[in-house]
Each structure stands twice: as structure tokens, then as C-alpha cells.
Design a binder for this molecule. Sequence first.
Ligand SMILES: Nc1ncnc2c1ncn2[C@@H]1O[C@H](COP(=O)(O)OP(=O)(O)OP(=O)(O)O)[C@@H](O)[C@H]1O
Length: 654
Amino acid sequence: MAEPVNKTAHAFDKTRFEALLNRRFFYAPAFEIYGGVAGLYDYGPAGSSLQANIISEWRKHFIIEDYMLELDTTVMTPASVFETSGHVARFADWMVKDTKTGDVLRADHLVKGVLEARLAGDQEARGVAAQPKDDEKDKKKKKKAAKTVAAVLPDETVKEYESILAQLDNYSGPELGELCRKHNLRNPDTDNEVSEPQEFNLMFASSIGPTGQHPGYLRPETAQGHFLNFSRLLDYNNGRIPFASAQIGRSFRNEISPRAGLLRVREFTMAEIEHFVDPEDKNHEKFAEARNVELTLLDKYTQVSGSSKVTKMTVGEAVDNGIIANQTLGYFIARISQFLLKIGINPERLRFRQHMANEMAHYATDCWDAEIHNSTGWTECVGCADRAAYDLSVHSARTGHPLVVRQALKEPIITEREVAEFNKKLLGKTFKQDAGVLQKAVESMDEAELIRLKGELSQGKATIKASEDKSFEITPELLTIERKTFKQSIREYTPNVIEPSFGLGRILYTLLEHSFWAREQDEERGVLSLPPLVAPTKVLIVPLSAREEFDPLVKEVSSKLRRAGVFSRVDDSNTSIGKRYARNDELGTPYGVTIDFASVQNRTMTLRERDTMSQRIGTIDDVIATVTELVFGTVDWAEACRRLPAYDGVQAVD
Ligand SMILES: Nc1ncnc2c1ncn2[C@@H]1O[C@H](COP(=O)(O)OP(=O)(O)OP(=O)(O)O)[C@@H](O)[C@H]1O
């Protein structure tokens, strides 16, 4: 077997990485020939296939595994929906303006950028080596942009900056303004002062129809489509709960200053799950299967104390100890972790960060973000929140449509209580305009007060004090109080919602970063070690020459791979085999098969593995059988090497 490859021989080089993505057209700025628009990107063939494969795995991992109900709801949404959901009032970020140029910046990003740059300057002045995972060039760029000179900061300032950064998401707009003033935080591009933070709503406004009288918005998330269809979904699920709906679709956010490539864009694909659950029972029937999944957690108490120290524990321990609020939330966090690792995210660079009190919506009971480390730092890629009953309750209150579960009780609940009943005719006649006041006073009485009143009435008369200056004398003819039995056979409740919300662009980008490395012997030769599961092309078919006698074999191999369900491509370009493989290493193609003269004569074929570049040989059918299993993950490369002898002929690679 080939020697293990050293994928960390060269430090991560963002410029080379981005050049590769651009060269191989994973994605590119949209409307580029018109000058482009910040925050809008087009995916090319490689990026589109990669995204489609991630989505396909997402559907299997979540929708199929847990029998979720899939939806495809509209992007254009009437304004009333977002008025009700709170987005019109609150879906906003804080922005500041450069007081001289008028440039707009997101307030929390300004604080983060400048403080990080000052800390980097401090590290440099102290001669401290950068953390191995940090992208050195990127840090330097930030420092330069922030007009920061390398200078040692007092220890207490370093501590204060670190504490601010650890709880950045906890600050309100005015607090961010206060931080800018206190620490003299200026626009890093111009060194000018900035204005007080103002709120900016991130939704794209539009209008529906020709009159302009029906305001609408492009949705900033897919979630409302799930909530508004709740009754139909419940009906589809035979009235049973818990169940989850799932939707993959486009969302739009008018981000203040999108500068971080795919990480912050104005139009992106989301995959969202809304799991509807009984508020009185948030256990999950498959929790036992997830219990031992190990997680890296950064809880809210640690962050508030100004630290970013993570703890490793199983999801079972986290739920048992009350760190994660309930089993259902824990189940989804574990499943999210499994999904991200399966598609190739580096486990060392994945953590789950709990929201701090101010960061979380007022109605949410617990919320965790899956954050993935990349060259810009830790980035939220998936949010997972327990949103309680908020969404269904507000839409139900606004529309009058009951978004509730009505559940037949196995055992009816029998209750007894005192019931007060007025003789309406006598009440009006006796108390005239005060009748209503008296009635309200009785209606607001609790059980104990009614029993006391009943006792008084049994003596012939009673006095009711409706307010400081109003008392009424009543008789048993006017009011009777009787103990009655009630039988309740239906329980009606608004379900709670647990919502995992994925941004696919962020996941795709961080996956590409984690997969990128350069060959030890040659920094120019970039490789994307994408797992076969998500790689755009699984097998590259490389005919050694363009001679006609190769054609039938190329057709045979292509068609056999197609029939086996393996996505392959033929590269018969007029260039050396080494160059063809190098190009496909950059596209992340995990395997290659070479058809050469021996193939024509002996029906043999070589099989190449991308990362090690090692090659094996076998009959065409054996190689196809093995590579099919490799692609579907039923065997690994070690097993392939046991099955197929090493190829010791002329190396097909430069
Ligand atoms: N502008 C964006 N560009 C790309 N992906 C995004 C963007 N905004 C949100 N997402 C993705 O959608 C997911 C769910 O959205 P959510 O509303 O929780 O994000 P958010 O908290 O607003 O993100 P951030 O604080 O980074 O703006 C995020 O985890 C992220 O993956």
C-alpha cells in the first residue's frame, strides 16, 4: 500500500485556494461582466454538483431517516405574515456609518474586526507564534486593514477585548455604540469615526400585483411556510404528533456589507426542519440511538465568563445534566454533527455554541449553533433552536385559524368544580347598570371564594365587594352556586417547535476549505479531498490515447459505471495523463480509471486513488466492481488494495 500522504505539508494558502475554486468554476460572482453585485454568486458545474450531492445526503440523513414531511413553499410572502412573525419589527442588524465617507458597516463586525486586529498586533509585538489553525496571511491583512500597529497591550486590555469577543452576540445596538466610543473603534478602511448604531431591516421588500397595494417580502428563511401549513401537515400525518416537516429552498437577506464570499451572501439555499412536539413531552423516541454521540460544546455560562473553552461530552451527558434543554433538541444536535462529519467536515473544527440570553429570541428556550472553523474564524453554519409555541400561536391569534393539536385522551379527565349561575332577569331588574360589574366580580372568583360565597348564601344572603367603593347584597334567588362534574375527552394544545436551520453555502464553503491541501512535493498542485459521497464526479475515465480502438472500451466502462449508479466523466482531452489527473484532483474526483493498450489486449484497467496517487490493476469488471463499492462506502482503499494488485507498470501520472 502507498505511504500515507502528508496533507499539512504546506500551510493553508487562501489565495491559492480561491484561485482553484475560481479556475475550476465551483462558484463565481454573479453578473460579473456587468461588474458584479456584492453578496450574489453563481455556482458552476462543480459547485452545483457538490451542492446537489450535499442536499441529496441531507434528504437521506434527515428526511428519509426520520420520515419527515417535505414541503416546497413560496418565496414571495405577503407582508402580513412577516408582521405577525415579528420579522418586520425585529429582523434587523445594527449598522454604523463612517462619519466622513458614509460607508456602511455592520456594528458587531466592526467591533470584532478591530479588536481582533489589535489582539493580533499585540501577539506580534510579543513575538507569540500564531495558532496553527489560524490563517496567518488573513490575520495580517486584517491587522493592516484595521490600521493597527504591532503594539503590546496592557494585560487587562487584552482580557477585556477577549471578554468582549467571547460575548459579542450578547450586545444590543446601543451597547455596541458604547463599545465603539469607549475603545475608539473606527472604520478600519478609513480610520474615520463611526456614527451611533442604527437598525437596518434585512428583508427585501417588494409588492405583489400591478396595483402596488399588496406589500410583500422575499422570505429571509423558509420556516414560515411550514408554520402556515401546519394544519394540513398535521392532517397528512393523521393528526399524530410529534412529526417534522422539512424544506430546502432559497432565502434572501439584504446583508449590510457582504464581504466574506459564500459565508455572507444576499441569496442562499437553506435546508430547514420544523419538528412539532408536545410541550409536555420533549423526549425523543430515538434518543437512545444518539445518546453516545460525542459533541464539542461551548455553553452560555462559559461564554458569559469571557472564555471560549470547549468541553467534550456525549449528547446523553449534556441532556442528563441540563446543559442541552431536552432530548429532542439533543437528538437533532447529534444528528447535525453526524451529518456534517459524514460529508467531510473536520471534527477538530466543529463545535456547538449555545446562545447567550440576549442573543436568543425572547420566546426560545434553548438554542445552539453548529459553528465550523475556517480561515475567517468560527462561523455559524447551522442553528438549532427550541422555539417553544411562539410561531404557531402568533399566526393563529392573527388569522383566527386554530393551529393546534386536538388529541383524544385515552382516559377522559373527570373534574368537579363550583359553577355560579345568575338569574339574568332578576339581576338586570335589581342592579340595572351595575349588573355587569357584579357579574364580572363573581366570574373572577376562584374555587375557594365561590365555596365561601355558597356558604354565605345558604344562610339567606351574602355581600359581594366588587371594588373599593362598590358592594352588592345578593340572595339565593339571584345567584345559585352548584358543584358540577365535567368530563374532558379531548386535549387541545399548541405544539412546540424545534428548528434545525442549515445554510448550505456556508457548509459547502467550509467543506471546500477543510478539503483543500497541496502536494508535499509541489505547492502548485492543489487537491480537494472531498469524500466520494459528495464529490461532484466519482470516477474519472481516462483513455491513454485518442485512438479509435479505445472507443468501445470507454463506452463499455462508462455504461457499466452508469448502470451501477456511479457518476463518471470521460477526460479524453488532448493533454498528458498527469495533467488530466491534476485537474481532477482539483475538482475533488476521488478515483480514476485508465484505459490503455493493455486494456485493449487483456481487458485490464488501472485504478488510481486521488490522495495517495497510488494505482492498482485488475480486469475491467473487477475494477468496476471495486470502484463501485469504494464510491458507495462499502469498502475502503485498504480493502481495494487487498483485492487488486499494485500497478507496477509505467506510471500513468507525471
Ligand atoms: N447572509 C447569509 N449568507 C449565507 N448563509 C447565511 C446567511 N445568513 C444566514 N445564513 C445561514 O442560515 C442559517 C440559519 O440562519 P440564522 O437566521 O440562524 O442565521 P443568523 O443567526 O442570522 O446568521 P448570522 O448571525 O451569521 O447573520 C445560518 O446558520 C447560516 O448557515
